[in-house]
Design a protein around this ligand. Sequence first.
Ligand code: UT7
Length: 401
Amino acid sequence: MTERHGRITGWGMYVPDRVLTNHDLEQMVDTSDEWIVTRTGIRERRITEPGETSSTMSVEAAQRALARADVSPNELDLIIVATSSPDYLTPPVSSMVQDQLGAQRAAAFTLAAGCTGFVYALVTADQFIATGMYDKVLVIGVEHLSMAIDWTDRDTCVLFGDGAGAVVVESSYQPTGVLSAELGSEGKDWDALIVPGGGSARPFREETLAKREQYLRMDGRRVFKFATRAMTDSTLRVVRQSGLSWDDIELIIPHQANARIIDLAVRRLKVDPAKVMVNLDRYGNTSTASIPLALCEAVDQGRIRSGDHIVMVGFGAGLTWAAAVVHWQPEKVDEAPILVEDWPIGERLRQPVTRLRNAMWSAGVIVRSRFQEASTALLLPLYTWQGRRRRRRKQRESKEG
Ligand code: UT7
């Protein structure tokens, strides 16, 4: 038996030139740089110029990825574009990207899985390669959320930014690319992050526009709670499935939504913060573009080197989550099919032992984080009461002063 894997051979990113800082936002809504930085970690984000759309940003990122992989567009078998902000509801933006790239032979589809979309798309590409159906797949994560933001709503407008990232995945007989993965959805919370208008449930009418339903709304606290749990648990599970030890993981690339979500997950996982990629201070939350943007910057900064193992972990609208352990070795090598039966006996024995060790370690982390959640829930009323008392005392003092 021979196995096929998806080697990531090229990567590329694009962000618009226009920078919108927290100080710019202070002029637009009742907010402050201090609030945004302490609550989210974001300092600035990129916003499209007129004429820039999801398809144009995708093409920029894709051309860079294709050049790095030394693959021409007409060699592509498939293009998957992950996004929640396509140029149009119909046609799929993937076909526009296919046209603009000149990838005549390629099949193309658009995948919507909220901010988790890029990891869903990468795993899907890997599966098309593993089955032998395709050899060269382009995966893009792109978001043009600035057009779906209510710029009068301080709850959301300070968070999001625009951009695109792409990778080229090519068939390989070596165990590289996605080594283990998990895709998930918690559909009961579908309304926690939503653009209510414009779909078939509430098509654009005067009434929907009057209620500003064309804009994104988010129950931030509900998403926050889900995100910290999903990120921690799915990272643990994919590392365990991969058969690697935690020492083998060189970098974690989480969805860049909020520095506090990332910090909390890092503390629960007890990983070295230096092993976690964060660039949301400069781009904000670019939804499904955030993981490929962080991946591209990590590679370009030398934080990922050939032979490294990384974890990508995303969460977002749906609510969805996904995680994958990825072996990074972009160089193409002359290779022949490897028979699984030929694997050395030592390697076959090492995997179950490492899996057992990881299982024990992750059970410990889960018990610890459930304990933290329970104790926070118990102490929350006390903290709220203390906070109120402190605020009242301050108000009294300032009146007296
Ligand atoms: O990528 C998709 C996934 N999305 C996420 O992962 C987002 C997850 N959620 C979050 O990141 C956080 O919940 C937010 C950043 C959205 C909000 O942070 P928070 O600490 O949960 O704040 P909050 O919503 O509890 O609001 C706290 C206070 C409120 O005032 P009161 O009611 O305490 O007086 C808000 O009105 O902060 C106020 N507030 C703001 N103040 C200044 C909310 N937005 C702002 C703002 N500037 N921009």
